[in-house]
Design a binder for this molecule. Structure first.
Ligand SMILES: [Zn+2]
Length: 325
């Protein structure tokens, strides 16, 4: 697909298209930035533009090369991702073996490493040797959320391409146009750095349900704490929450941020604007300090769960503190 079909990242498009126009394509690029900012789509578009038979600096989307890349079966393009938890040295060796064969008509071979920061030290050293002896026409793209986690020697041999989070109001506009429900869009754009990520979240497993659970449990914890704790216990026991605890806490943190805003009298830009009336009333029943400290405790709970603390205990404590008094 053409560069223009990717949302935002105008600077990245300019750099890549300029390198195509001036015939100064690097041997290696590091696409670094948060999930959902279009790094994969950009890598694909760049690969297409490099192989495209029709356009010199973009993907036509129609020629055989463009289509093969779109369908993931181009013989000279390799996508590599972690095998389990890491990218292993065997995978890099296999890649090198493949690169020993001649490329097709264009003479160009290309590989894209996803989650490149997950390379084992051995794999990274092996890749480094590969980067140090670039064959005439090899292009590598290392995709990562954290380019600084790569070896300095790999960084110094690659062109650094940062991907920035997208503008939130543009993301919102786009997703509403696509027909996603406003309440979900408002939540998803806060939890993702790009339209792609937000879309994935909303289409993912139980996003709307988790949002309802956050609303139900946080409301109940303020009015009927014992009932809230019981509901929490049941939902955890049934496994409805257990595998989505991170998302649950992420949303609860947004809910508390809304409470802070409402306590300050701000109604602009609320995530849970569909609940604004109820929330505004209850926000005023506590001090600003109460909500601020609730927010801190929710962030703390998120950390504890990351280290596998007992979910029920952590959440019960949190809801009891929110009720306070
Ligand atoms: Zn093409």
């Amino acid at each position: 697909m053409p560069f223009q079909s990717i949302e935002g990242q105008e600077r990245v498009k300019r750099i890549l298209q300029n390198s195509l126009r001036t015939d100064k394509v690097s041997h290696a690029y590091i696409f670094t930035g948060p999930d959902g900012t279009g790094r994969r789509a950009m890598a694909r578009a760049f690969a297409q533009a490099l192989y495209c038979k029709v356009l010199p600096d973009d993907a036509c989307g129609e020629c055989l090369d463009c289509r093969k890349i779109e369908h993931g079966n181009h013989p000279d393009l390799y996508w590599l991702e972690p095998d389990g938890a890491s990218i292993k040295i065997e995978q890099i060796r296999e890649l090198q073996k493949q690169f020993a064969y001649r490329a097709g008509a264009s003479g160009l071979k290309m590989y894209i490493l996803e989650q490149a920061d997950k390379m084992t030290p051995q794999a990274a050293n092996s890749l480094l040797k590969f980067l140090e002896e670039p064959a005439a026409r090899v292009v590598a793209i290392l995709i990562t959320e954290n380019g600084h986690a790569l070896l300095p020697t790999i960084r110094s041999r690659s062109q650094w391409i940062p991907f920035l989070p997208l503008n939130r109001s543009r993301m919102t506009e786009k997703l509403l146009e696509e027909g996603f429900p406003p309440a979900l869009v408002q939540t998803a754009v806060r939890l993702s750095a790009g339209t792609g990520g937000a879309r994935e979240l909303m289409q993912g497993n139980g996003f709307a349900e988790i949002r309802s659970q956050v609303i139900q449990l946080s409301k109940e914890s303020l009015t009927r704490l014992p009932a809230a704790l019981l509901a929490l216990q049941q939902q955890l026991a049934k496994g409805e929450l257990s595998d989505r605890l991170t998302l649950f806490l992420d949303m609860l943190i947004l809910w508390l941020k809304d409470m802070v805003q409402l306590r300050l009298g701000n109604r602009e830009g609320l995530v849970f604007s569909d609940q604004a009336e109820w929330m505004a009333q209850h926000a005023l029943r506590y001090t600003l300090e109460h909500w601020m400290s609730g927010l801190e405790q929710a962030v703390e709970a998120q950390k504890r769960l990351r280290f596998h603390a007992n979910a029920q205990l952590v959440l019960e404590q949190l809801f009891m503190r929110l009720k306070g008094g």
